[in-house]
Design a protein around this ligand. Structure first.
Ligand code: ADP
Length: 876
């Protein structure tokens, strides 16, 4: 790192200025230095630019009252200018972030230099910073900074000074929150007042409609066309019919059941299975199983059935698949980036084509969420170890394949091609939704997780596209890849560095525009004639002949490209038109996937502009400001093969764990049992917390020391409980008691717990009420309780009260009577399945599996025994 620079693409206070995000600030030492800094000097040159293409905003021009204007000027003046390398041309005012080779560097260098005065005062210089960033002997303490420290560090950032905010909706937040906080962004809950909205689910159309110019959201409308397995397949199938199978043979042959059952049978008769069955809208391997023949597939649920690829690429005998990260910053024009690094996931059990093994998910599915429970699963513990264990990096795989003489160049070109074609197949609907619901051109961006399987001929197959690829980090390797990915993503898409005043100006402006029209305020063709910036007759796609909107698009694409960090732009590239021009409408450049709209209907797309062609011509045609060299095929492939190196250690706050005190747990348990005995009851929240902690202990125990009888109990319980958690592979063969089977049970229990804990949040006790065990005492108990303590409390509470608030809320109609629970070790666990009423689909699942039928008998026995023991106790 040479400079502390956190804003790029334009001067602070200009419309183009965006925040810079970097991983080095995740290093505690860098943060410490920044925390110590008293002030930051930011170049906030407040000047008016006369060029017509300029988007700079002068404070003088902001429509705010004079008091506010003076206040803003005072704020701006409080930053002193330290970079004057600006020319008068609007386009040149930005000294672009340059892309440097990935190794031993971080590639962001920006225009606006932010300097810490104290750096100089304290004798700190950037050389010291870079040394500390690579210092591998960081102390344990340094590696575990508190989140307060993150926020403190953020205080000195431009984002903090300008009160830039983010909002989360249903998403994994650990990594993201840390990155946002250290960069000075503040989390808000407000429905509409945010700069960046990051959601793990699809966007509400109302939220989209009301976005102001400076707001960013991480999804496009209708992107489920790509991310739902069934929609994706249908869209690609349509392209196969329309454009020819040879162009779109990128997904395994698939059928949506029950609708296409006959077609599946026909295909099966032509070419036998196996087939892989997936619920249409699920992820992380949930509900997936493999069958030899279609008659083994239950007909009661909508599923996607795909041809199983029996010859996958294997590493050291283990099946693997790829997760690559694809960023789309615009659908019209289409701009697609592929992140230089991806993740390779390996199955834990060696691959064997023998169909007897189809039941084994740890051999046939590569999902981390399944394989992590296998006792042979190996995690690399060092971020530099990229080809160790069951998770590799993409670059490590490419280097490995290259050593074996494989054509990795062709493989990566085919992967790029597959990504582009999948996006082309779904783009038309998304573009029309953007036109309808997204008010400003840069409001949306989206990071997709593409899951790709490579077969043993090195042909890539698209398995699915994930809407919100996991940002969970559970190993140093994961952390390295995902932290670089997120920081590069945020810099590339650009979070505008707008002051509060600018924001309120643009919010009001957006509101005014909305009241006059609900559609996106882009200049299409109608008004473009008046906006052409030349008196000369229009020449096709000449730079000087562009409308204001076209100039904006071109400028924005160039600035974005300069900020791309580790993202590789794969569309457009120099040969885009040659390869994909045939799939774009010749008039408006829209990727067409329906035959009837070619050039005419489809109201929202009737435009005479052709942004794809315009952008391509200006980026790549002779005479334009070409940037082709660093995006050539060769340099792209080189970039994919290069190891991702960060110049800093990235650390995360470890969960603060209080050392459990067994004795304290026992003492509190006695105290609680007494209280329950004398009439206190657990609230729903307390009961559910106890139950989930109890199951967590069981899960931990089972992954460390599998116990067949306990696995059966858990399976039976989950199967009866249902609620979206059911075996992904039908366990038909009771002989298959193995590490893989244990992993499967653990995975199911893990999924159940995740849902259960999420639901539990709805039961939080906001205050202690009469008769309840005080929250403070209970929390202390939960902190120190062992599995046996939790079990004792759950058992005693259930037996005394006759209710099961951890499973039912008593208001439901189908609450079964409470079974007597035998006390003593594992008594509660053994009685667990009997506590669930058998109904719903769980019955249907058990009818496929003889295993459960046998188990029913066992359960009845347990019930009888417990009843007998209760009555003996009663007699005593
Ligand atoms: P999910 O979204 O639930 O993870 P995927 O479609 O990614 O579902 O599939 C999960 C796993 O199943 C993948 O990791 C892959 O290894 C395997 N898989 C999926 N489809 C196929 C297929 N057609 N042929 C072979 N293996 C497949």
């Amino acid at each position: 790192m040479n400079q502390d620079d956190w804003v790029t693409s334009g001067k602070m206070g200009s419309r183009d200025a965006v925040l810079v995000f970097r991983t080095n600030i995740l290093n505690p030492k860098t943060r410490k230095t920044l925390r110590e800094a008293k002030s930051i000097r930011i170049d906030l040159q407040n000047r008016e630019v006369t060029s017509s293409s300029s988007t700079y905003v002068s404070v003088e021009k902001l429509p705010i009252c004079s008091d506010r204007r003076n206040q803003l000027k005072a704020t701006l003046n409080s930053y002193s200018s330290c970079d004057t390398s600006v020319s008068s041309d609007g386009d040149e005012t930005t000294k672009y972030i340059e892309k440097k080779p990935r190794t031993k560097q971080k590639q962001h260098i920006s225009v606006v230099e932010i300097e810490s005065n104290l750096n100089k005062e304290s004798g700190y210089d950037s050389t010291m910073a870079s040394q500390s960033n690579t210092d591998s002997t960081t102390s344990e303490e340094d590696q575990d900074p508190s989140s307060e420290e993150d926020n403190d560090c953020g205080v000195n950032m431009p984002a903090h000074q300008f009160q830039i905010t983010y909002k989360f909706i249903q998403t994994e937040t650990k990594l993201l929150r840390k990155i946002f906080n250290v960069h000075g962004l503040t989390e808000v809950q407000s429905e509409s007042d945010f700069n960046l909205l990051w959601t793990g689910v699809h966007m509400k159309l109302d939220t989209l409609r009301n976005l102001a110019l400076y707001q960013r959201v991480n999804h496009f409308p209708r992107s489920y066309e790509l991310t739902r397995k069934d929609r994706l397949y249908k869209n690609i199938e349509r392209m196969q019919h329309l454009r020819g199978m040879k162009h779109f043979d990128i997904v395994p042959q698939s059928f949506i059941l029950p609708l296409e059952s006959r077609d599946l049978l026909f295909a099966h008769n032509k070419q036998r299975g196996p087939w892989i069955v997936k619920p249409a809208a699920s992820s992380r391997g949930r509900g997936i199983f493999i069958v030899n023949s279609p008659d083994q597939i239950p007909q009661d649920e909508q599923v996607l059935v795909s041809k199983y690829i029996v010859d996958p690429l294997c590493i050291d005998g283990h099946k693997c698949d790829l997760r690559v990260y694809v960023l789309v910053t615009s659908f019209d024009p289409l701009i697609i980036y592929l992140y230089e690094e991806g993740i390779v996931r390996l199955a834990t059990v060696r691959y064997d084509r023998n169909t007897d093994n189809l039941w084994n998910p740890c051999m046939h599915l590569c999902n981390y969420s399944i394989n992590k429970y296998h006792s042979d699963y190996i995690r690399s513990s060092d971020a530099q170890e990229e080809d160790v264990g069951h998770k590799w990096t993409l670059s490590a795989l490419l280097r490995h394949l290259k050593l074996q003489g494989c054509d990795t160049h062709l493989l990566m070109l085919n992967i790029e091609d597959l990504i582009i074609k999948a996006v082309l197949a779904c783009a038309q609907t998304i573009i029309s939704a953007c036109r309808m619901f997204v008010p400003n051109a840069n409001n949306c961006f989206e990071l997709y997780g593409f899951d790709i399987l490579i077969d043993n001929t090195l042909k890539p197959w698209l398995l699915e596209v994930n809407l919100s690829p996991s940002m969970g980090v559970d190993s140093p390797l994961d952390t390295k890849v995902k932290a670089c990915l997120v920081t590069d993503l945020l810099t590339c898409v650009g979070i505008p560095a707008f002051s509060p005043e600018m924001r309120s100006f643009y919010t009001n402006k957006s509101a005014r525009q909305r009241s006059s029209s609900c559609q996106r305020q882009v200049d299409t063709t109608d008004s473009s004639a008046t906006l052409r910036s030349t008196k000369t007759k229009k020449k096709p796609f000449g730079l000087i002949n562009l409308t204001q909107e076209e100039q904006r698009i071109l400028r924005s694409a160039r600035l974005q490209y300069m900020r791309r960090g580790g993202f590789v732009r794969i569309f457009p590239t120099e040969d885009t038109m040659q390869r994909y021009g045939q799939f774009l409408d010749s008039a408006n450049g829209i990727p067409l996937s329906t035959p009837n709209v070619q050039g005419q209907t489809f109201q929202a797309l009737v435009t005479q502009h052709n942004y794809n062609q315009m952008l391509y011509s200006n980026l790549f045609c002779h005479g334009s400001r070409c940037i082709k060299d660093d995006n050539s095929q060769e340099s792209r492939i080189e970039q994919y093969e290069r190891a991702l190196e960060t110049d800093s250690e990235i650390s995360f706050l470890k969960k603060q764990t209080v050392e459990k005190c067994e004795e304290e747990g026992r003492r509190l348990r006695k105290q609680l049992l007494k209280k329950i005995g004398s009439g206190s009851t657990l609230t729903h929240f307390q009961a559910r917390q106890t139950f989930s902690l109890y199951l967590e202990s069981v899960l931990r125990r089972l992954t460390q020391d599998p116990k067949d009888s306990h696995e059966k109990i858990i399976l039976k319980f989950l199967n009866k409980y249902g609620g979206g958690v059911k075996p992904p592979v039908l366990f038909r063969n009771t002989q298959n008691i193995s590490k893989a089977r244990s992993a499967m049970v653990a995975k199911l229990l893990g999924d159940f717990l995740e849902n259960y804990k999420r639901d539990t949040e709805a039961y939080v006790d906001s205050f202690d009420h009469f008769g309840m065990i005080p929250t403070s005492v209970y929390s202390l108990f939960l902190m120190h309780a062992q599995e046996s303590d939790l079990e004792a409390v759950l058992t005693h509470h259930t037996n005394i009260t006759g209710i099961m608030p951890f499973l039912y809320n008593r208001c439901g109609l189908s609450v079964p009577s409470t079974p007597p629970i035998p006390s003593g070790l594992y008594g509660f666990l053994r009685a667990l399945p009997a506590m669930v009423s058998s109904s719903g689909f769980s019955r249907d699942v058990s009818k496929y599996d003889g295993y459960f039928k046998n188990y029913d008998k066992n359960c009845e026995n347990i019930r009888d025994i417990s009843l007998r023991s209760k009555s003996t106790k009663d007699i005593k």
